[in-house]
Design a protein. Structure first.
Length: 184
């Protein structure tokens, strides 16, 4: 069985696209997933499933559309992909302030990112880097008012979903507990 980390974009934000985590767990189990565990309401899950990531992602999106009336972006990553993203962090000194360090995971590798436009949008205290298909943003003043954070997706030219360092660290810990195991 494959161990996956699922990152859902845009669920349970501001009362929109509501999907309670208990229902998400049941939905994933209904699609053959095992050892499902979620982390915070914004859509992070770790589980094991036999299907390949692309097929399973489509099935999850379709089932959420059928059961809840909306279709979120669902990124399925392998734990080693997140571990590599953590190891490649170009701003290790920001790790202790986990809420200021954000990792954005694009649906595919950006082919023509406009990093100059992102540089123009950043504040004097913000730093960013695009490393191995992951966009890193250190925003010491927070991302709530960050012009750069608001423009990441447009600058990369493809859909992304972002998580702060604390969340990435936590889901990696969850994934390590989850697998690899063999189905009885």
């Amino acid at each position: 069985m494959n161990t996956y980390v699922a990152l859902f974009r845009g669920i349970n934000v501001g009362g929109n696209n509501v999907l309670p985590m208990k229902e998400l767990v049941a939905l994933l189990e209904g699609l053959g997933s095992r050892d499902v565990e979620t982390y915070i309401q914004s859509g992070n899950a770790v589980f094991r499933n036999e299907e390949d990531a692309r097929t399973l992602s489509k099935r999850i999106r379709a089932e959420i559309r059928r059961s809840h009336g909306f279709e979120p972006l669902v990124m399925l990553l392998r734990p080693e992909e997140l571990e590599k993203a953590m190891e490649s962090n170009p701003f290790p000194e920001a790790e202790p302030e986990a809420k200021t360090l954000h990792l954005y995971f694009p649906v595919s590798t950006p082919t023509d990112p406009d990093l100059d436009a992102l540089d123009v949008a950043r504040s004097d205290r913000e730093r960013f880097a695009l490393e191995d298909g992951v966009f890193y943003l250190h925003a010491p003043d927070g991302i709530g008012r960050s012009r750069l954070a608001a423009r990441v997706e447009k600058g990369l030219g493809i859909p992304v979903t972002g998580r702060n360092w604390r969340t990435v660290r936590k889901v990696v810990e969850m994934a390590r507990r989850c697998g690899p195991r063999h189905q009885p």
